[in-house]
Design a protein around this ligand. Structure first.
Ligand code: AMP
Length: 207
């Protein structure tokens, strides 16, 4: 199954994608993770996108589309994949349709207040790409999954979060309409615990 996960920053796309990848045995393709890896390794791409990412803007469509096109052509994607954070614009969605067939776009719908609360308490593990909330860490600063040192993502600061939400509303939200017109949208209530939201997502996909 070729799955797109839609939703605002902090809606839980990454967390759901990681769990689905394990259960469905298909890869999670996160453009954010790909870009962050390039930043960490200071590749030419990483240097080019550093300021864009730090300010919460989108990496240019041409660059992003090319990366995803190449990644989806790899053999591990032959039986399906979960796209997490792509497409993020109408241009990206239209390009994706020229080289892949998407089966379903799952839209995680979360109240904006809950999103701000989630993002402001978010901790990220650069070693395993896990995301956690301070409220569940009991003051610890190590990743519960792999023992790596947790950090605050540079783009989770308040000003950047506000900017990312504005970019989402303007550029990414129209994708809900795009996939609705294609009859591929499935909106899931993304409020609640990880277990509750995941149960909704998996029951929908297994229908
Ligand atoms: P994420 O981890 O999905 O929140 O992405 C973090 C940042 O990576 C975004 O704020 C953008 O700067 C960049 N990014 C990730 N995916 C895309 C995309 N599909 N198009 C453009 N920029 C992206």
């Amino acid at each position: 199954m070729n799955i797109v996960l839609l939703g605002a920053p902090g809606s839980g796309k990454g967390t759901m994608a990681q769990k689905l990848a394990v259960e469905l045995n298909i890869p999670q393709i996160s453009t954010g993770d790909i870009f962050r890896k390039n930043l960490r390794e200071e590749t030419p791409l990483g240097i080019q996108i550093k300021n864009i990412m730090a300010s919460g803007q989108l990496v240019p469509d041409e660059i992003t589309i090319e990366i995803v096109k190449n990644r989806l052509a790899e053999p591990d994607c032959a039986n399906g994949y979960i796209l997490d954070g792509f497409p993020r614009s109408l241009v990206q969605a239209a390009a994706l349709d020229t080289f892949q067939n998407i089966d379903i776009a799952v839209n995680l719908d979360v109240d904006e207040e809950a999103i701000v609360a989630r993002l402001s308490g978010r901790r990220f593990c650069p070693d395993c790409n896990g995301t956690f909330h301070v409220s569940t860490l009991n003051g610890a600063n190590v990743c519960p999954a792999c023992g790596g040192k947790l950090i605050v993502r540079e783009d989770d600061t308040e000003a950047t979060v506000r900017n990312r939400l504005a970019v989402y509303n303007k550029t990414t939200l129209p994708l809900v309409e795009y996939y609705t017109e294609q009859g591929k949208i499935a909106t899931v209530d993304g409020n609640g615990s990880i277990a509750e939201v995941y149960a909704r997502v998996i029951s929908l996909l297994k229908k």
